[in-house]
Design a protein. Structure first.
Length: 195
């Protein structure tokens, strides 16, 4: 091999390496062939949670607008003391975002809480939303409908779903309970009302 050939090869190596790194970094953003999410039929909405019957509530107009572009389905339920926002999600999406973002945007002060475990041992992301005398305890989790892999925050779910570490579809649960003594009735709206 002549010195000229070695020089040309050495010149191209860094450029090829940078190009390979760029392609590897962009690979998750390229569309993938249809996967299992297209073949899993929607099983219907749950009828109970922790042994309590869920009563369907109609979506508010703003929730209907949001649901129109959502990749899956959205419904709200009550059980007499808690409010549930339940989503059936068919693909990775930024439209499934942390509930804290909604409450913060509606004027609530958000106080993070430690990871919570319920009576069934399920892990939940959790925070308190405060506005005036209203204090709401909000819990959320996302569960893969096919293998029960669970996430306690939307960001870790999003990246796992985007990078194909979860096949989906997923159930996303947000549970809202009133904490304050001043307001003993169950929460009245599925998503916070903007001021």
């Amino acid at each position: 091999m002549s010195s000229r050939q070695v020089y040309l090869t050495d010149q191209r190596l860094p450029a090829l390496f940078v190009a390979a790194c760029a392609l590897a970094a962009l690979a998750p953003l390229f569309p993938r062939p249809a996967d299992a999410t297209a073949t899993v039929a929607f099983p219907g909405w749950p009828t109970a949670f922790d042994g309590r019957s869920l009563v369907a509530r109609p979506l508010l107009a703003r929730e209907q607008r949001f649901a129109a572009g959502f990749p899956g389905r959205i419904a709200t339920f009550g059980d007499g003391r808690r409010l549930f926002v339940v989503r059936w999600v068919t693909r990775a999406t930024r439209r499934l975002h942390p509930a804290a973002d909604c409450y913060r945007g509606a004027g609530y002060t958000i106080v993070p809480r430690p990871l919570a475990r319920d009576e069934a041992g399920r892990a939940w992301g959790s925070f308190t939303a405060r506005r005036g005398t209203t204090r709401l305890r909000v819990r959320e989790r996302i569960v893969d409908a096919t293998d029960a892999t669970a996430f306690t925050d939307a960001s870790s779910w999003y990246w796992a779903a985007l990078l194909d570490r979860g096949r989906g579809p997923w159930w996303a649960w947000t549970v809202v309970e009133t904490e304050s003594v001043e307001q003993s009735a169950p929460p009245s709206a599925s998503l916070p009302e903007r001021r």
